[in-house]
Design a protein around this ligand. Structure first.
Ligand code: NDP
Ligand code: 2IT
Length: 449
């Protein structure tokens, strides 16, 4: 519930203007609610219209993407790039290819990205893009033709100093390769215009692992500070089995935990003895198959065909790493009842508002995605630095910088939550700390757009 009149007016105006953008409204409401104490302390925020400006993207680009399948049939999808906020740096954020993508999803992701990127301490504004194209079941050549068509429009809007896209759901190294090839051909330049590139043409060591590893570095610091414990000996569940989930599970295992459950959009697997991650990588990364295949090699493991039930598995630590609103109130209550001590988000906005309420009213240490999953984009920032310097750092150098950045984000978020609330509400801490830098930069740069 918003109490402050200014904040209420801003929220009501976007609710009226964009009634169908439910994901965007959800993300905006969560941030606006937590900014009330900041707005009350600093009257210039209202006078300068900072909140009105921060909830409206600087630019929203929508375009047609036509492509030809292997049978010669033409298909049409919609492409998006939301350039949300460039107060602290060029727009930066991933591209998502998934049938559920629409303007609301891309806007919520671009909005969240603005605060996340600010928290990394690196000079990156917020952006996001993608398409409702479904990569599942498509051949490599179909993926290539789609990426080329997508980039044929996108290339005029991006650039190493303007907007630097990367991967997200459905966009990994393969897609970034095809997108980069087409950009280079059209722009006739070899610059760091995309991140998440393969090592052969300017990618950074450690970027593939960064979001998942970073999530665990953040969680490790949170566990130590708030619970005086560690991953060692803990039971962990990780939703999803894509880029973020796999490397979150890998780092949790390296830190001594047993990962007992993972999922995809069809269902989840439970393996009491600890999940064999090499097999998951083979099924999901190489063969691009369903996670259900796992039980063919491990018949004692269990498969359940409702992925949302993964939260009923007893665990100490839960890492939601699949997609938005995958963890609802019932899921949150199951985690609390089963004695879970920490929830840290690898995905963007995986917990519904009702689930967050359950966590904040419990003893669970809860890390919001825009803080805990910032390691991916932070390492993208490190990839941009290496591209500009025309050199490559070692895996160890990148990993050390990532760990420092994630611990620094935890400290900033925790300190800010202590200043504005009871020190437990890391949602408020992340939103306020992310906002403060963007707000100051917007004030300094004047009002031109
Ligand atoms: P991937 O495409 O590699 O993997 C996505 C995983 O989530 C798959 O296991 C997929 O299952 C599952 N999934 C996707 N949509 C749904 C759905 N509607 N219901 C249930 N499961 C679903 O994506 P990433 O790992 O890169 O991204 C996962 C999350 O992390 C997203 O929220 C993304 O925004 C966020 N993120 C990603 C970063 C990155 O660097 N990649 C950085 C920060 C956040 P299936 O195989 O069945 O489709
Ligand atoms: O949500 C995210 O932070 C990402 N998908 C990564 C973005 C990036 O630019 O690396």
């Amino acid at each position: 519930m918003i109490k402050n009149n200014y904040v209420k007016t801003v929220y009501n105006s976007i609710e009226k203007k964009y009634p169908y953008e439910k994901e965007f409204l959800q993300a905006a409401l969560e941030v606006l609610e937590t900014l009330e104490p900041v707005v009350e302390k600093d009257s210039s925020i209202e006078k300068l219209g900072i909140l009105e400006r921060i909830v409206e993207p600087e630019r929203m680009i929508t375009f047609r993407v036509s492509w030809v399948d292997d049978n010669g049939k033409v298909h049409v999808n919609t492409g998006y790039r939301c350039q949300f906020n460039s107060a602290i740096g060029p727009y930066k954020g991933g591209l998502r290819f998934h049938p559920t993508v629409n303007a609301s999803v891309i806007k919520f992701l671009g909005f969240e990205q603005t605060f996340k990127n600010s928290l990394t301490g690196l000079p990156m504004g917020g952006g996001k893009g993608g398409s409702d194209f479904d990569p599942k079941g498509k051949s490599d050549m179909e993926i290539m033709r789609f990426c080329q068509s997508f980039m044929t429009e996108l290339y005029r809007h991006i650039g190493q100093f303007t907007d630097v896209p990367a991967g997200d759901i459905g966009v990994g190294k393969r897609e970034v390769g095809y997108l980069y090839g087409q950009y280079k051909r059209l722009a006739n330049e070899f610059t760091g215009v995309l991140t998440g590139k393969a090592l052969e043409f300017g990618g950074s060591l450690g970027r593939t692992e960064a979001t998942g590893y970073g999530l665990c570095y953040f969680t490790q610091k949170m566990l130590k500070t708030l619970k005086n414990t560690s991953f060692d000996g803990k039971r962990v569940i990780v939703s999803g089995s894509g880029n973020v989930a796999v490397y979150a599970a890998e780092k949790a295992q390296q830190l001594g935990a047993t990962v007992v459950a993972m999922s995809d959009s069809s269902g989840y697997i439970y393996d009491e003895n600890g999940i064999d991650l090499d097999l998951i990588k083979e099924i999901k990364e190489i063969k691009r198959e369903r996670i259900k295949e796992y039980i063919e090699k491990y018949p004692k493991a269990e498969y359940n065909d409702d992925c949302s039930k993964i939260w009923t598995v007893k665990c100490d630590i839960a890492l939601p790493c699949a997609t938005q609103n995958e963890l609802d109130e019932n899921g949150a209550k199951s985690l609390v009842e089963n004695g879970c001590i920490a929830v840290a988000e690898g995905a963007n906005m995986p917990s519904t508002p009702q689930a967050i309420e359950v966590f904040l009213n419990s003893d669970i240490a809860y890390a919001p995605g825009k803080a805990s999953n910032a390691g991916g984009v932070a390492t993208s920032g490190l990839e941009m630095s290496q591209n500009s310097l025309r050199l490559s750092w070692t895996f160890e150098e990148v990993d050390k910088k990532l760990k420092d950045i994630m611990e620094n984000i935890f400290d900033t978020v925790y300190r800010t939550s202590q200043k504005y609330s009871d020190g437990k509400n890391l949602v408020a801490g992340a939103n306020i700390a992310g906002f403060e830098k963007v707000c100051e930069a917007m004030k300094i740069q004047g009002i031109a757009y």
